[in-house]
Design a protein around this ligand. Structure first.
Ligand SMILES: [Ca+2]
Ligand SMILES: [Ca+2]
Ligand SMILES: [Ca+2]
Length: 237
């Protein structure tokens, strides 16, 4: 029986619009577990649930283990006939609860989360041990606040990150297409996303979808803080 913190809920996506697909080719909710120890952990006898009063809702298949410092993806799609790692519950993008336990009172990890948005993960940063934060999807991979899952994105860096003031976007290649995720806590407690432009070096302003405030601008590789902005967090998708 692993101890709390050995295996953790590392990342999940409650609104998978255009991300990873399961064996049936479907965009489904998923959950990523991470093993913080260097040795494999047998998950037999452990359960996932989205209901605190039903801790044994989905048992892990007998004999399954998670590699040392490795990952295990469980699809949350109520499609148990599609494979061994398909749980009998989904996650509400409006906010819900997840628990990993032995079903008898020993909780390895659990969290309650608030509203989620399409294709933006909620996960632990630093990977495996940090608090939950919104982040780019790192499906079956180490969590990062800068996406490293495509080569053209790997060259991007934000200094500093997270930023609470002006910050610099660094790229050693033309900024052909950039998407920026900004979490505006002070204004409207919503996420502002979707800065995108196909013209090299320039990213247009867009308004926050909830509060209407104009977003920041990326131009020529430098991101300038907006007037009166309180930028608590900024990531690249
Ligand atoms: Ca969902
Ligand atoms: Ca499915
Ligand atoms: Ca991950």
């Amino acid at each position: 029986m692993p101890n709390a913190g050995d295996v953790v809920i590392n990342e999940f996506l409650a609104d998978n619009g255009a991300g990873a697909t399961d064996e049936a080719g479907e965009n489904e909710d998923w959950l990523e577990l991470y093993n913080n120890t260097a040795t494999p952990v047998n998950l037999t006898g452990l359960y996932l649930t989205d209901k605190a009063d039903n801790p044994t809702k989905w048992p892990f298949p007998a004999g399954v283990s998670i590699p040392g410092n490795g990952f295990l993806i469980v699809w949350l799609d109520e499609d148990q006939l599609q494979g061994p790692y398909h749980a009998n519950f989904k996650l509400s993008a409006g906010g819900e609860f997840i628990m990993l336990s032995d079903g008898a009172g020993t909780v390895l990890d659990s969290l309650s989360f608030g509203p989620q948005q399409p294709d933006i993960s909620f996960g632990r940063y630093p990977n495996g041990v940090g608090p939950f934060t919104f982040m780019p999807v790192t499906f079956d991979d180490f969590n990062s606040t800068t996406s490293t899952q495509s080569p053209e994105r790997a060259v991007l860096a934000l200094v500093p990150n997270p930023a609470s003031d002006a910050c610099t976007l660094q790229s050693d290649a033309p900024l052909g297409r950039v998407q920026v995720l900004i979490v505006w806590v002070a204004w409207c407690k919503s996420r502002y996303r979707g800065i995108s432009n196909d013209s090299p070096g320039t990213v247009a302003r867009q308004a926050c979808t909830l509060c209407g405030r104009q977003g920041d601008e990326v131009n020529g590789g430098e991101l300038v803080k907006g007037q009166g902005a309180n930028m608590s967090h900024l990531d690249f998708l």
